[in-house]
Ligand binder design. Structure first.
Ligand SMILES: *Cc1c(COP(=O)(O)O)cnc(C)c1O
Length: 426
């Protein structure tokens, strides 16, 4: 999007503001689907960006939905997802969530414990239906390479691989569920194609072992995903051609041996990160002990990820001056926000040209884990507006929180009785 676009969007919708480029959003998904084996269905993890219009656009371009809460489930269905294309997972599902899944007739609930299979069985019986269930497996080892490795450790997620392989009686003990597949999620932010290929091989092999040892059929195998995007210096985007070259033969072989099995990939970050820009206006420019600060109207209450992911040294998200050309040499700037904490620092020593009050600064690649993963209520600022630009037309897809929105769920208790007694005592 151009310099003029961002200025116009800021004038129309105010700042701070999340802007999603719909063409990038749709294009990224289309490219992924075009390059990977056609049998692989892409399930969008709404966790990464739960905006209903973001999902609606992805759905229109072929995405299924992977949801983990009642609201995400409702979002997916309201945005037009077919129940057949929805799965629900999460380590602590409520009865209400499970009943909503059963009532909606979603394709599968991913069970994360043997107890949970029992609970789904009971609820399905009450509704006089059968519910398909995939078993989430906590793998015994991790093929390695992702930033957040999920395998080979004690986890609250899934059922240990060694246990799953012994669950021969699980189907007969639970007559109202169809245990019909396996789900494994091996990590997030994976930038190396070979790691994704190795993970996938592991999962497909594990699924076959589970089927062989337990007799559980493979209606579906969810290979997880965790495809990353580059944020920091020295990182490189996942090479999709290399991924396709490594992954497609592996998938093709599995499809040949299991022609009826649905193959699922889950992806949040990869599908949304690049399309999003967090747009902040510069409120003040100042110097402190020789270092330059731009104090903006945006901050970590909307973009906690920019504080840094799992590292002691702060690494900056990519940032850019959005609304005009640079008119001086690039130098280090700290970008801070309106919160009363030193942690409210979006970037440290970011290389930017001279900044002025009123400038627009963008935190790029911010379409994933933005507001949804940030403490938006801190200092009562609330969440920002979100705009999705589709074929050049901006659409407001979330209104900015107002003070009324933030006060509405709160209840003012009347302490006047207490005040009178207190006054009498004094
Ligand atoms: C968070 C999560 C995802 C999405 O991860 P990304 O790295 O954003 O693609 C997918 N599956 C599971 C089980 C998750 O917990």
């Amino acid at each position: 999007m151009s310099i003029q676009n961002f200025r116009e969007l800021a004038d129309e919708f105010g700042t701070p503001l999340y802007v999603y480029d719909g063409d990038e959003l749709a294009g990224g998904l289309r490219e992924l689907r075009a390059k990977l084996h056609p049998a692989l269905e892409v399930f969008f993890s709404l966790k990464s960006n739960p905006n209903i219009s973001v999902f609606a656009l992805l759905r229109a371009n072929g995405a299924r939905a992977e949801v983990s809460s009642l609201v995400e489930l409702r979002t997916a269905l309201t945005a037009g997802a077919s129940p057949e294309d929805v799965i629900f997972l999460g380590p602590g599902k409520s009865d209400r969530e499970l009943e909503a899944c059963i009532a909606a007739g979603i394709y599968a609930i991913v069970a994360e414990s043997v107890d949970e299979v029992g609970r789904i069985d009971r609820l399905a019986a009450e509704h006089a239906v059968r519910q398909r269930v995939l078993l989430r497996v906590n793998p015994a080892t991790t093929p390695g390479g992702s930033r957040l490795t999920m395998g080979g450790k004690p986890r609250q997620f899934g059922i240990d691989e060694a246990v799953v392989l012994t669950l021969r009686d699980l189907p007969t003990e639970h007559p109202h569920v169809d245990i019909a597949g396996v789900h494994v999620y091996l990590g997030t932010r994976i930038l190396d194609a070979d790691t994704v290929v190795a993970n996938t091989k592991y999962v497909l092999d594990l699924a076959e072992r589970v089927a062989r040892e337990t007799g559980i059929p493979l209606d579906a195998v969810d290979i997880g995903g965790g495809l990353g995007v580059a944020y920091f210096d020295g990182e490189h985007d996942l090479d999709l051609d290399a991924l396709a070259a490594g992954l497609n033969p592996v998938l093709a072989e599995f499809v040949e041996n299991h022609p009826g099995t649905r193959l699922m990939l889950e992806s949040g970050r990869f599908l949304t990160a690049k399309s999003g820009t967090y747009v902040m206006g510069v409120r003040y420019v100042k110097e402190s002990m020789g270092e330059r600060f731009a104090v903006t109207d945006g901050g970590t209450h909307h973009h906690m990820a920019a504080v840094g992911i799992g590292s002691f040294v702060k690494r900056n998200f990519p940032v850019a001056l959005l609304d005009r050309a640079a008119d001086g040499p690039v130098g280090p700037w700290h970008l801070s926000g309106p919160l009363c904490t030193p942690n409210d620092t979006i970037a440290k020593n970011a290389a930017l040209p001279p900044l002025r009050v009123g400038d627009l600064i963008g935190v790029l690649r911010s379409g994933a884990y933005g507001p949804t993963a940030s403490p938006g209520l801190f200092l009562g600022h609330g969440f920002p507006a979100e705009v999705l630009v589709h074929h050049g037309t901006p659409h407001l897809v979330r209104s900015r929180d107002t003070p009324e929105d933030l006060l509405r769920p709160q209840h003012l208790h009347d302490f006047s009785d207490h005040d009178e007694r207190l006054r009498a005592e004094l």
